[in-house]
Structures are given as structure tokens and as C-alpha cells.
Design a protein around this ligand. Structure first.
Ligand SMILES: [Zn+2]
Length: 261
């Protein structure tokens, strides 16, 4: 099994929107990661980065309110389909797309992978269609609500550690809080060891290691519980944690075409 890391440009944002109460008003540029896992039984994406439309007209696609505080910088070469092509992977080869959640910088490539089963939480799909005003700008219905897709909607803690291929190598961990249906992906890599992709359940290592809340969250108690659950996987079980938007930690990894196995 191989894990490839990709980056769909950056978002120019503000530090206090990542870590609540810290770095107020400070400019902060964060990467937009997505991942490909090549398993003997399929090619799996974890998140898909921004929509291609962002490369053409970001204000039109994301809206001026969002762009004011979260300004995406991406070229069309950064789009998920273009980056997979550099590895020779065609969209039709993707068998599963697992979403950490359906925010606009994660679900932008939905619909490109016609043979895939798409995994999100039932609670996430519901919320994404009628979000609270504070999160309304972060969901773009045109991005995630494409026709004729095969969705597999997971049911919270009843489906916790959902085993994608039934061999224990790829498990979806329920880590709500940032959004109602946020989830992480646990990958059992042979050489690199167990690795957890957290999506926005943990934005940065500062949040992983220190008691600071993320700037944007749906439910405070669930957010803290999920961070502690992930921290325990790291401390007690030696799981490597790849956080969602950490500009410093991200530079320590090798991006595709390099891979980890
Ligand atoms: Zn998010």
C-alpha cells in the first residue's frame, strides 16, 4: 500500500482563524492537502482539494466574504485531476473517495470520479445542505451535490473505525466537532507505520499538542473530544498524525510523486 501527498495550492488566511485567540489579525498561509492511497484492491482519495473553478474565478466560486479572510491561491495544474494525471492515474481508476468533511477546500473535486463510492457521514451530508450561518460560506452545494454519484453515508460512532476493505489497513475514524460529520482516515502502512489523516479535525500540530481551540468549529465539546481521541492515538499507539492545514509540519513531508509505504 502506498500513500501519496498532494497540495492544491494555499489559502491566505489569518492565524486566529486557525488557533482561536492566538495571533489575532496575523497573516497565515496554509496548505490545502489531499491524498491518494493505492491499496491492492483500489485507488482511494482522501479529500479532493478546491474546485477547478477556483483557479479561474475564485471570488465568483467561493464568494467575496470567504475570499476576504480565506483567499485561495491555486493554478489549474493544482486541481486534483491534473495532479493525478502527473502520476498517470485517470479519474475512472479511483474506486473510493473519502471526505474528511464537505467544506469547499476538501470537496472541490466531487463528481470527477464516476466509478467511485463517496464516503461521508450522514450528519455531514445533512448539515452541508442546510448549514448554520457561521458555516454557510464554507459549503458550496455545486461542489459536493453532483448528480448520479454513489454515496456511502456513515452513521457516526456506530460506524466508528469503519474498515474500508475489510483487511484492517484503511479505517474511517469518526472525529466530529469542526463540522457535525468530520472524520479522519487511519492507514496501516508497513514501513512508515500507522498514519492518521485528520482533515480539519486537527488543523495544526499546535492544536494537537496544546490546549487551544481551532478558530472555526461547529461543536466545542465534540471538537475537544475528537482532538483528545487523536492525541491518544498518537501518544498511546504511536500513530503518526498528519494534520489538516499546518504550514510548518507539511513542509516536512515529501509530496507526490514521492510516496510512503
Ligand atoms: Zn473545514
Amino acid at each position: 500500500m502506498k500513500l501519496y501527498l498532494f497540495q492544491c495550492g494555499i489559502i491566505k488566511t489569518l492565524k486566529h482563524l486557525i488557533t482561536k485567540g492566538r495571533g489575532i489579525g496575523q497573516p497565515f498561509d496554509v496548505p490545502v492537502p489531499f491524498f491518494l492511497i493505492v491499496h491492492p484492491k483500489g485507488k482511494v482519495l482522501f479529500d479532493t482539494g478546491n474546485a477547478l473553478a477556483v483557479a479561474h474565478d475564485k471570488v465568483k466560486h467561493w464568494g467575496s466574504t470567504v475570499v476576504k479572510t480565506s483567499d485561495p491561491i491555486m493554478n489549474k495544474e493544482d486541481y486534483v485531476v491534473a495532479q493525478l494525471a502527473t502520476l498517470g492515474v485517470r479519474p475512472t481508476e479511483i474506486t473510493q473517495v473519502i471526505f474528511s468533511h464537505l467544506h469547499l477546500d476538501h470537496a472541490g473535486g466531487t463528481g470527477e470520479f464516476v466509478n467511485a463510492t463517496y464516503y461521508t457521514q450522514q450528519a455531514e451530508m445533512q448539515y452541508a445542505q442546510a448549514p448554520d450561518s457561521i458555516q454557510a460560506g464554507a459549503y458550496i452545494r455545486d461542489d459536493f451535490d453532483k448528480p448520479n454519484l454513489k454515496w456511502h453515508l456513515l452513521n457516526g460512532r456506530h460506524d466508528d473505525y469503519y474498515d474500508v476493505f475489510g483487511d484492517g489497513k484503511l479505517k474511517i475514524v469518526f472525529t466530529p466537532g469542526h463540522t457535525p460529520g468530520s472524520q479522519s482516515l487511519l492507514i496501516k502502512l508497513k514501513t512508515w507505520g500507522p498514519t492518521l489523516l485528520t482533515g480539519d479535525s486537527v488543523y495544526t500540530e499546535e492544536i494537537l499538542h496544546e490546549d487551544v481551540l481551532p478558530g472555526l468549529l461547529y461543536h466545542q465539546t465534540d471538537t475537544v473530544k475528537s482532538i483528545k481521541k487523536i492525541r491518544a492515538l498518537n501518544v498511546d499507539q504511536g500513530v503518526r498524525i498528519i494534520t489538516g492545514h499546518d504550514p510548518l509540519a507539511w513542509t516536512k513531508f515529501n509530496l507526490a510523486p514521492a510516496y510512503y509505504e
